[in-house]
Ligand binder design. Structure first.
Ligand SMILES: [Mg+2]
Length: 185
């Protein structure tokens, strides 16, 4: 299968670092559990582009590490599938993202695609690239792709609790993702 994998909150726990950065710099009291919406305008408020850029240039970014089980799972999936990265990280994140992926995952990905930089929705990229599966945590991207007929493995998160679709399969962790992919083969 051709599988597209999201980066933030799927391969990494970057939100926890973003929250720590925001709490320190802006004196907020955000917690991961209360980060119940994917919309940063609502959770962080203020100038999101500015805040993301400050985060990108802070030491917190260097503390972003792979999510539990993700390295091993990517290794397993790489044996019988073609793997792609499909991220909505903004312009300015490309080089750092490429380096981070190579550092932790090696050169296992066929292509690293930045949907926001291309200005094409993740769902449409899945169609164009003939991806069979998308592994994602965003409720919006998951629903859009599911509507276009793409099967989505949705990693369960506080901010995606209200999303349901016949093409969306909710998974608790990477172990469940691997099991579900076996089932869908
Ligand atoms: Mg994500």
């Amino acid at each position: 299968m051709r599988i597209a994998i999201d980066v933030d909150e799927v391969l990494t726990d970057s939100n926890s670092k973003l929250i720590a950065f925001h709490n320190e710099k802006y004196g907020s009291n955000l917690t991961y559990e209360k980060f119940n919406t994917f919309d940063l305008n609502k959770t962080l408020g203020g100038d999101i582009v500015q805040k993301e850029s400050e985060f990108l240039n802070s030491d917190y970014v260097n503390e972003i590490i792979p999510l539990e089980g993700s390295i091993k799972s990517v290794e397993i999936l790489n044996k019988n599938n073609e793997l792609f990265i499909l991220t909505s990280r903004r312009d300015g994140w490309q080089e750092r993202t490429n380096q981070w992926l190579e550092k932790y995952f090696g050169e296992v990905f066929e292509e690293i695609i930045f949907s926001k930089v291309l200005n094409i929705s993740k769902g449409n990229i899945c169609l164009d690239k003939k991806f069979d599966l998308l592994i994602e945590d965003s409720p919006t991207f998951s629903f859009d792709a599911a509507e276009l007929g793409i099967k989505v493995l949705l990693l369960n998160k506080p901010w995606n609790q209200n999303i349901f679709h016949e093409n969306i399969f909710r998974c608790k962790n990477w172990e469940e993702i691997i099991n579900k992919i076996e089932e869908l083969k």
